[in-house]
Design a binder for this molecule. Structure first.
Ligand code: PEP
Ligand code: MN
Length: 350
């Protein structure tokens, strides 16, 4: 779409604050030569009332002028049809739907209606809840409105334990989204995931390693005096340092010895996976015997205590083999759920 740079870089303050601030940051970023799109929030969705909610419509004029005078594309957040109408009236090229809006199907539906028939580029941030279907629902609604230029932004999810970050990246969700929408560029927003500038570089690198197509970074001329999101904004100079340190990993190589070695290792993986599937099939045979035994003794298919024991033991065994707790927990939850379902289906046929 805009691919001046790969990865695509969107940068700018969390919120526009005044005309001078907007121009100062936009100018500094333009001079870096590393930015494709300048971002600034005009209407800020704040958790608490009484905190700075952005300049509102007057800020649109500043963005419009930045776009014209500095010849750089600009992006802002829209949350209502009125925002869409005003932003389009001011020729804002790119609109994004924020995490507190994409979470609400009513709002997304209204936005889809307001955007329908326009040629706008729309960025859809993941909903704040870790619910992949909500994100997919938002994407589908915007697609159905006939919007052709869509990009997605991964900005992390609320969770009980996001530490050390402010929002939990739950990487398996964006990975699943890439598989599902290979043609929609997925960008990462390390500023909002991290909540703190010290983690921005590591999250950015991880995003590029996962083959995400770009980054959205919050950059402010004076982060400590920013009216919102102070801890996570970086200066234009820090922005340049981070971008220059990021390593672009290639998705593929044509180097012959690399390809041969990779082929050999993948062969080993195929063999191991094949063996694992045979083991799962043998496990299923034993589950069939268990189902018969339980049925003969009038016992139901699920014993919670057994499941807890399975999990605890497997985690211990797995960890002693260097495997991760989360992975084993997830794996055996799936295996056990499947076994219980299989038993109860089977019992119905006896
Ligand atoms: C933002 O980009 O400034 C913003 C509010 O993002 P999110 O909707 O991801 O919280
Ligand atoms: Mn922000």
């Amino acid at each position: 779409m805009f691919h001046n740079h790969s990865p695509l870089i969107i940068a700018g303050p969390c919120s526009a604050e005044n005309r001078q601030q907007v121009f100062q940051i936009a100018q500094a970023l333009k001079e870096t030569g590393k930015v494709d799109i300048f971002r600034a929030g005009i209407w800020k969705p704040r958790t608490m009332p009484g905190t700075y909610e952005g300049p509102g419509e007057s800020g649109l004029l500043w963005l419009e002028d930045v776009q014209k005078e500095l010849d750089i594309l600009v992006a802002t957040e829209v949350a209502t049809p009125a925002h869409v109408e005003k932003a389009l009236k001011h020729n804002i090229s790119i609109l994004w739907i924020g995490a507190r809006t994409s979470v609400n199907p009513f709002s997304v539906k209204e936005l889809a209606h307001a955007l329908s028939g326009t040629d706008t580029t729309v960025l859809i941030k993941n909903p704040i809840n870790a619910d992949i279907s909500l994100w997919i629902g938002a994407i589908e609604r915007i697609k159905q409105a006939g919007i052709k230029k869509i990009m997605l932004v991964h900005r992390g999810f609320t969770s009980l334990n996001p530490a050390p970050y402010r929002y939990d990246p739950i990487w398996k969700i964006p990975i699943e989204i890439i598989k599902r929408y290979p043609d929609l560029p997925l960008l990462c927003d390390p500023s909002h995931i991290s909540g703190n500038r010290q983690y921005i570089e590591q999250i950015s690198q991880k995003a590029l390693d996962l083959n995400m197509k770009g980054l959205m970074l919050e950059v402010h001329n004076d982060p400590m005096r920013a009216l919102v999101d102070q801890q996570q904004q970086i200066t234009p100079a820090q922005f340049v340092e981070i971008i220059e340190r990021l390593k672009k990993r290639k998705e593929n190589s044509t180097n012959q010895s690399y390809l041969e070695k990779l082929e050999e290792l993948r062969g080993q993986i195929d063999k191991i996976d094949h063996e694992m599937l045979h083991q799962l099939a043998s496990r299923k045979e034993v589950v069939t015997e268990i189902a018969k035994l339980k049925f003969q003794n009038n016992i139901g298919p699920l014993q919670l205590g057994r499941f807890q024991k399975i999990c605890q033991e497997r985690i211990k065994w797995g960890q002693s083999l260097g495997l991760s707790k989360e992975m084993i927990e997830e794996l055996f939850t799936t295996i056990h759920e499947d076994a219980v379902k299989y038993q109860s289906d089977l019992m119905k046929t006896f």
